[in-house]
Design a binder for this molecule. Structure first.
Ligand SMILES: *Cc1c(COP(=O)(O)O)cnc(C)c1O
Length: 368
């Protein structure tokens, strides 16, 4: 029998979260962002739950190909555009829309032989300083693209650096709006945080929104708000089982480095989950975890294949947790109790994005 650790991908929760994104911007079309193999969930496993989107946005050509193999005939957008000339052939063949963010990509397009002109999303660097043309260069890039026979419609896109925080998006929106004022074409600006926190702002109203993380049941602005407050549901549950128990006396320590020491007699469970499964090694004693749906904490250091959990809260509820008990590392327990991935990420000093993307290959996935 394989180790009892498994990740569950919840189709209903994906559908629910997508509906929430639509409700947040009812007049916009929705790109479901499925980069990084659908934030670690697996493109094939999220497809059913997200096929109600208007398009899929990603950055890996192999993933775009997989979407087409699933039978998706609607829009697919490459968020970073092409990396080399021959990628354009795949764009032509698979009808992929692509971002153009630098002169080199325009050069490649100008040399590309295609029967059908390409749909382009021209990217502005409005302050993020990652990809895109600065406002002073944006219009000349647009003009150059617009003259190419290889180019069909040009849409305008930018990305926010601070949609989740106090700085907000006002400056970037002002820059984007001013620079693009009299240019034709559809607009796309918002990621999840922009959409949830700023979609009511009329300046933000755009033709396409691009939610990623919120679709996967993580709050983009945690801990300011959590998924319950945004009415989002976890789409990935990482579950395992207790494979051993130990009864500790006061003074006993747990795991490598003896970093946890019991100050009274207590019972612990050993869980078949470690950092080789993608559970963060940085999680300290006290990281939340569910045992048979009861919230408790980890004890001591995370090792490669195991972690220890405190069974005291289970004992207190009168429930005999022990060998074989279900452990939910994040997501939803079988009894419906939710442990948001954001709570675990915070304990590890990171964000939900990183945890869901890092579940390792040795974890079996099940769609439910
Ligand atoms: C990843 C990404 C998104 C989605 O961001 P979330 O924070 O996950 O909602 C949107 N747009 C671009 C360009 C991205 O790279």
């Amino acid at each position: 029998m394989p180790r009892p650790i498994q990740a569950f991908v919840h189709t209903d929760a994906l559908r629910h979260n997508l509906a929430r994104m639509r409700a947040a911007a009812p007049d916009a079309r929705v790109w479901a962002v499925v980069k990084a193999n659908a934030y670690g969930h697996g493109i094939e496993r999220v497809f059913e739950g997200l096929r109600g989107a208007d398009g899929f946005a990603l950055l890996d050509l192999d993933e775009a190909q997989r979407l087409r193999s699933l039978g998706w005939r609607g829009p697919v957008l490459l968020l970073e555009g092409v990396f080399e000339s021959r990628d354009l052939e795949l764009c032509s063949r698979l009808d992929l829309w692509h971002t153009v963010h630098c002169d080199e990509q325009i050069d490649m397009l100008s040399r590309h032989k295609t029967q059908v002109p390409h749909r382009i999303f021209l990217k502005m660097n409005s302050g993020m300083n990652r990809l895109g043309f600065t406002p002073t260069r944006f219009r000349s890039a647009w003009t150059r693209l617009n003259q190419l026979p290889q180019v069909d419609e040009i849409s305008l896109i930018t990305h926010f650096s601070d949609a989740d925080g106090p700085k907000g998006i006002a400056e970037q929106i002002a820059t984007f709006t001013k620079t693009t004022e009299d240019l034709p074409g559809e607009r796309s600006t918002c990621n999840s945080a922009g959409l949830l926190r700023h979609a009511g702002d009329t300046a933000v109203a755009a033709d396409w929104v691009r939610p990623g993380i919120a679709l996967y049941g993580s709050a983009p602005d945690f801990p300011e708000r959590n998924i319950a407050q945004w009415d989002l549901q976890p789409t990935m549950s990482l579950r395992s089982r207790i494979i051993a128990t130990q009864d500790l006396q006061a003074g006993d320590t747990v795991g490598y480095g003896s970093s946890f020491k019991a100050d009274a007699p207590m019972r612990l469970g050993v869980v078949a989950c470690g950092y080789a499964d993608g559970y963060p090694r940085h999680c300290p004693t006290g990281t939340p975890v569910l045992v048979d749906g009861v919230r408790t904490r980890t004890l001591g250091r995370v090792s490669m294949d195991m972690i220890a959990v405190d069974l005291t809260p289970c004992v207190e509820t009168g429930h005999e947790a022990g060998f074989g008990s279900e452990v939910t590392l994040w997501g939803k327990a079988s009894n419906g109790t939710v442990l948001p991935i954001d709570d675990v990420a915070q304990a590890a000093g990171t964000v939900g994005y990183e945890l869901m993307c890092a579940v390792s290959n040795r974890v079996g996935f099940t769609q439910d």
